[in-house]
Ligand binder design. Sequence first.
Ligand SMILES: [Zn+2]
Length: 191
Amino acid sequence: MYKETILIVIDLINAFSPIELYKLSEMPVEQLDLKRRKNINNVINWAQKNHILTTFICDSHFPNQFENSKEIPHALVGSEQTQIMSWVNVPKDSKIFQKHTYNGSKNEEFIKLLKDHHVNSFIILGTSTGACVYKTATGLKKKGFQDICIVEDACADYFPDRHYLTINKILGDKLFNIVFSNELIMNNNFF
Ligand SMILES: [Zn+2]
């Protein structure tokens, strides 16, 4: 079957940067180590080579409008913390969307793009695995999309344990496909 695939990059913004890279990080995701950062850019480069559109969905919050009342204030609209981390390869033709909730598929402009491009296959990476990555994948599934693939070693979590718990839950319950970045890049039969 013909597949229209897009890559979704979740929340790779300064607010979640490892503190070694950005001192003003609000919720540092230290699990975004050198290896994971390399994997992320490898997948983005692979997508570019294969003419897969890359989309970035990034937190941007008004004060007191965070995902829930327990969240540490982060990524305020217009702040430097809402900018994509400097090490991330942002292709020129990529699209950047904002979100105010864990579930990135609530952005209507993003949904319009999926319809306009007849997208039916998704590759998702970014942070945090157990929050925005998982909730966005779940949101897409609720909208009827079945072909959803999460790149395990290109995701990271604010709580490293939650990363592995989430991946194990997805595998155990067969919710989404899980791949490693190398598998994705080496597999010429992906399409
Ligand atoms: Zn947020």
